[in-house]
Design a protein around this ligand. Structure first.
Ligand code: ACO
Length: 451
């Protein structure tokens, strides 16, 4: 099989959001902290009407409907999530209700979990399956979804919610590069969810940023090394048309691109440094491990990378700025945003790198090529128009004032383990086609309907 990758893609984000400017006021934070300091505009959230099963199902059903997928043509269904509502039963098994209705039950795959990385792990599982001897000719679907909520405090504005569903198979318009994925995995307590009685994580904000940046340094350098084995002329960022990142908040992504430039700078020969990085030579003796929070390095390389950021990364931040950190789907919301900022003609033949990060920690940098075989051009055009239609729903959401948002969060928190339970959140507010929770019975079984 050749050109295994993404054939189609759909997303789901909630129909309600809280405005970050209003949230700053409500939280008593200084003006600009969330909007300028974190670079966020709006944060999507779910009431008690939605849970991980329902949001994943909404994204999956949208993908199936919009692409008229024959369910018997799917041989693998993978879910990546860190939103755990059951310690045993996978979200995948709930998604099977859709397939079982059609008698399609011969479908491999279950859930994969490690913070925001599960979606990427699920994607790799699906791609690997199609490329393997176990493959039976059918396609795979990967669903990544999360409801990202934090307790009251500084992390709360970095929440979000959403799901993405991706169709994987051969002869795809978006092809994953083979043999160059670069991973960095190690043990850290930067963000984790050890309290099973709570929906909220334990988070060490500063440590999580340090872990994220050190994972980026490691993945980027290893990725470049692997790329240069295939293409000795590979020049890192300069050879890439786009660079996409897992996005906890937009400002960290802008800093990450600056960090990539700092890596390129340190790796350059002295002559090359003079030419490519004029005026920055006083940073030559700085070390990666000592500069995660170095203001001078950050400022110098943020300035240096401004135009590169505008061109290669900023277009990927549209959904992230308007929905927040969706956790596992975050990077794929970035991919969708980047793709719809261009026309199919502008995308053909382009290459971009993606950095996936999940606290704890697991991270990988990999790359995608837009196939320049025009026979897949129509698949690409369809993917873009479908995504465009979905993303335009961002403008049809309802704004909820922060005090009401806070009340809705309190209801979620209070009832996280209540059973039996009838959710109280509005059904009217949901987009058509959204799955929602009707009831949790005394045996804690969940029942859903579709709007
Ligand atoms: N105007 C403009 N900028 C401001 C203002 C203002 N009025 N006030 C503060 N800022 C800036 C700060 O200078 C800071 O910028 P810097 O990052 O360049 O230093 C930024 O806004 C954030 O302010 P802090 O005081 O650093 O914020 P705080 O410590 O309160 O929280 C944090 C930020 C750590 C990101 C927190 O929201 C958090 O813990 N989030 C969850 C963890 C997370 O997202 N980690 C990222 C990787 S791991 C993952 O994906 C979960």
């Amino acid at each position: 099989v050749e050109n295994v990758g993404i054939l189609a893609m759909e997303l789901y984000f909630p129909s309600q959001y809280v405005d970050q400017t209003e949230l700053e006021k409500f939280d008593g934070a200084s003006t600009g902290k969330y909007t300028v300091g974190l670079g966020q505009l709006k944060m999507g959230f779910c009431s008690d009407r939605e849970d991980i099963n329902s949001i994943c199902m909404t994204a999956l059903h949208r993908l199936i409907e919009k692409n008229s997928i024959n369910l018997h043509d799917i041989g693998r269904l993978e879910v990546g999530t860190e939103t755990i509502i059951d310690k045993s039963k996978s979200v995948k098994t709930y998604l099977m209700t859709l397939f079982a209705e059609e008698g399609a039950t011969d479908i491999e795959g279950i859930d994969t979990t490690n913070a925001c990385y599960g979606g990427t792990a699920a994607l790799f599982n699906a791609v690997n399956w199609v490329e393997s001897s176990s493959w039976d000719g059918r396609k795979a679907i990967v669903v990544a979804g999360d409801i990202a909520v934090y307790g009251k405090g500084p992390a709360r504005p970095t929440g979000g919610a959403g799901a993405v569903a991706v169709l994987i198979g051969p002869n795809a318009p978006l092809v994953l590069d083979c043999g160059v994925r670069a991973s960095y995995m190690t043990h850290a307590y930067d963000f984790y969810k050890p309290d099973l009685a709570s929906e909220f994580p334990f988070v060490d904000g500063k440590l999580s940023i340090k872990c994220y940046l050190s994972a980026l340094d490691n993945c980027y350098n290893l990725y470049c090394k692997k790329m240069r084995k295939i293409d000795p002329d590979f020049k890192g960022l300069l050879s890439l048309d786009g660079m996409l990142f897992h996005c906890p908040y937009s400002k960290l992504v802008q800093k990450s691109l600056a960090r990539v430039c700092f890596n390129d700078f340190l790796n350059a020969s002295p002559e090359q440094r003079e030419k490519q990085f004029p005026g920055l030579s006083n940073f030559s003796s700085h070390k990666l491990e000592e500069t995660y929070f170095d203001r001078d390095v950050e400022k110098a390389f943020m300035t240096y990378s401004e135009a590169l950021f505008e061109e290669k990364t900023k277009p990927s931040l549209y959904i992230a700025k308007n929905v927040g950190n969706m956790y596992t789907p975050s990077l794929y919301g970035g991919l969708a945003s980047y793709l719809i900022s261009k026309s199919p003609e502008q995308l053909i033949g382009k290459k971009f790198a993606l950095f996936s990060y999940g606290s704890g920690l697991a991270s990988t940098m990999y790359s995608i090529n837009i196939c320049n075989d025009m026979s897949v051009g129509s698949k690409l055009a369809k993917l873009l128009s479908s995504l465009n239609e979905t993303v335009s729903l961002l403008n049809e959401r309802q704004s909820v004032e922060p005090s009401k948002f806070s009340d809705i969060m309190d209801i979620r928190t209070m009832n996280y383990h209540t059973a039996p339970y009838q959710p109280s959140g509005s059904i009217d507010i949901l987009f058509p086609g959204t799955y929602y929770l009707i009831d949790i019975d005394e045996l804690r079984r969940r029942f859903y309907a579709r709007k």
